[in-house]
Design a protein around this ligand. Structure first.
Ligand SMILES: [Zn+2]
Length: 197
């Protein structure tokens, strides 16, 4: 057990300033989580894989989750799945956050990726991390990740259909008007919040 560090002698911040700094850190962490989960979800969209819900609702130690297809029965599927596992980290790096910070909380993703890499004898993890960063640095992917992350921050959880529509909107495949009409129609047809569909 470690003792709490004494406040630095030069720390003249008021209690309110310290509280505000803590809130800002919390917001930054939530934004990073949203970008990370958006990265996994977008990678599944780009590879035409089945997608499930994407969430930043905290569950114990887990800050967020992106569910969907996880198949690596062939070498090719394995390569894609490794990219999907690296895409959370990669989206955070592509958003301009330092790699040392982006890597926080990614050990589980990387463990899963290494399991597939070892099974199929693929390139080392670092090579896949680089490929995923390159993919997420594509302008259309930066745009889509930002839009998904902002909607995740707003709604906490988004469903697969809504996510696919967000990506289509971000890519310019559908207009703002079409998107609003879709949301209104989805709400009346399904009787559910459209972002959960
Ligand atoms: Zn992840």
């Amino acid at each position: 057990m470690t003792k709490k560090p004494k406040p630095a002698a030069g720390d003249t911040r008021t209690r309110a300033q310290k509280l505000m700094a803590a809130v800002k850190r919390g917001q930054e962490r939530r934004w990073q989580t949203a970008i990370h989960e958006a990265g996994h979800a977008l990678a599944r969209v780009r590879f035409n894989l089945y997608i499930g819900n994407t969430t930043i609702v905290q569950d114990g130690n887990i800050l967020g989750a992106s569910s969907g297809e996880e198949s690596w029965g062939t070498r090719k599927c394995g390569e894609i799945e490794v990219l999907v596992f690296c895409a959370g980290y990669a989206a955070v790096v592509a958003s301009g956050i330092a790699t040392t910070k982006a890597i926080e909380g990614c050990w589980q993703d990387f463990d899963e990726a290494v399991r597939i890499i070892e099974y199929w004898g693929l390139d080392p993890l670092a090579a896949w991390q680089q490929r995923a960063v390159k993919m997420m640095q594509q302008p259309e992917n930066i745009r889509a990740v930002e839009l998904i992350a902002s909607k995740l921050t707003e709604h906490q959880m988004i469903g697969p259909d809504y996510l696919a529509c967000l990506v289509a909107l971000s890519d310019g495949e559908v207009s703002e008007k079409d998107f609003s009409e879709y949301l209104a129609r989805a709400k009346s047809e399904y009787g559910r919040e459209p972002h959960l569909i």
